[in-house]
Design a protein around this ligand. Structure first.
Ligand code: RFL
Length: 404
């Protein structure tokens, strides 16, 4: 008999136990609090870790609208910047797309994810929200019942059991929610087969646009994060370690792929963070398993090529908060029943565009010229040419690029 079964493990409870304090978990926590639903957020990492973890930066207009609607957007209105241009650099010359003036005429707001997370956390705690840091969830149990529970360990390493009516799995792709899915949950997985060396440079942006360089040596990307910090990506060989290249080699390679000879050199600075990202995506179906519901990266992972992940996380958290509030406050489970299908419709649209974007920017495995395939290079060239010249194609791109 386990300690839990003997009743020796301390027990705590909340109507909704939210796993993870990323954008999904913290938006959900704030909205549940505002709706008068009792909840707690359990987070594996420390407070300072989540407040400084640099990741996304491009927020979609719909994300801003959701945060605005719930009074959670003050910080991003103060510190964010509108952004509506991208620049493609290719062997056939470059072209710029002012996507903010195309499609529905909408722009991104550039606001680092760690700032958004800090704002959401501050607001949640100011409003009296309960959160436990350094508390890792191990598993979610009895999800087919109305009394699920989560097994965790507190910061001192002691086991604690959290009883709930619903558990929201917002703990990312390697979290406890995914590990606790029943065997009939389906996980659709797709590996794009390419990897990026993701870099954060203590350097001002080098161009006033998102830069996408399509090069025979591989993709390179440029995304401003603020006046003094810029994110760069370099396509690298699968399996290569993040520290394989010196800073000098990184900047030389970025200059080469971003075609510095033609456009001018990049503004260099110390690389303050680096990591390899394998471009893969997946979708869990359905997103509801009894009393366990998934949102954010726990529900679906998108490759960062089209910057959809954080935006989907906020959208799903908004839908889920409304559905949980109806179920718990008005005893009406209809919205909760709709949550999975509703969210999956957005998720598949984002996956489709991300797949298109990934194909636009890279030679995928088996498609590179060294592999003997000029066919796919031809297709990529035609796609870029269409984007350069067709207004209809540009409108389609703009709508999907800023939309979720
Ligand atoms: P998060 O942000 O990963 O938060 C999950 C939280 O759960 C905690 N956790 C646990 N807590 C308790 N028990 C456990 N067992 C736990 N396991 C994990 C973790 O510590 C963490 O705090 O997921 P969430 O909230 O779903 O948000 C998703 C976004 O973070 C993610 O999709 C984006 O960062 C993706 N992404 C981008 N998305 C955009 O919309 N726009 C972008 O410009 C953009 N750029 C990026 C990105 C992701 C990147 N990485 C990580 C590959 C750039 C990069 C480099």
């Amino acid at each position: 008999m386990t300690e839990d079964q003997k009743g020796l493990v301390p027990r705590e409870s909340a109507d909704v136990v939210v796993l993870g304090a990323g954008p999904a978990g913290l938006v959900l926590g704030n909205l549940l609090m505002a709706a008068g639903v009792e909840c707690v957020v359990l987070e594996r990492a420390t407070r300072s870790h989540i407040r400084t973890r640099a990741r996304a930066g491009f927020l979609a207009p719909n994300t801003v609208r959701i945060l605005d609607r719930h009074g959670l957007a003050d910080g991003l209105h103060r510190g964010g910047r509108s952004h509506g241009t991208c620049e493609f650099r290719t062997a056939d010359g470059g072209f710029r797309l002012d996507y903010g003036g195309l499609g529905r005429g909408e722009q991104h707001t550039v606001y680092p994810q760690q700032n958004l997370v800090s704002d959401l956390l501050e607001r949640y705690e100011d409003d009296g929200g309960r959160i436990r840091f350094s508390t890792e969830a191990f598993a979610v149990h009895d999800t087919d019942s109305a009394r699920p529970y989560v097994t965790t360990r507190d910061p001192d390493g002691r086991p604690v059991r959290w009883d709930a009516r619903y558990v929201a799995g917002c703990d990312g792709r390697h979290g406890a929610a995914r590990r606790s899915l029943p065997p009939d949950a389906v996980r659709h997985h797709h590996d794009h087969g390419v990897s990026w060396l993701g870099l954060l440079a203590q350097a001002p942006p080098s161009l006033d646009a998102v830069g996408y360089a399509v090069h025979d040596r591989g993709f390179a990307g440029h995304m401003a994060r603020g006046p003094h910090v810029t994110r760069y990506y370099l396509q690298c060989r699968r399996g290569s370690p993040a520290d394989a290249w010196s800073e000098e080699r990184i900047w030389d390679e970025l200059d080469l792929r971003m075609r510095a000879e033609e456009y001018g050199p990049l503004r260099r600075g110390p690389i303050i963070e680096r990591g390899v990202v394998d471009l893969a995506c997946d979708v869990v179906e359905p997103l509801r398993h009894g009393s366990l519901l998934l949102a954010g990266d726990a529900a679906s992972l998108t490759a960062p090529a089209a910057a959809k992940g954080a935006n989907l996380a906020v959208l799903e958290a908004d839908l889920l908060a409304g559905a949980l509030a109806e179920a718990l406050r008005r005893d009406d489970g209809a919205a909760l029943d709709r949550y999975s299908a509703q969210s999956l419709a957005y998720i598949w649209r984002a996956q489709e565009f991300t797949q298109w974007m990934t194909g636009l920017l890279h030679a995928l495995p088996g498609q590179d010229r060294s592999g003997g395939s000029f066919f796919h290079a031809g297709l990529r060239h035609a796609r870029l040419d269409s984007l350069r010249t067709s207004r209809a194609h540009q409108d389609w791109f703009a709508e999907n690029y800023v939309g979720v």
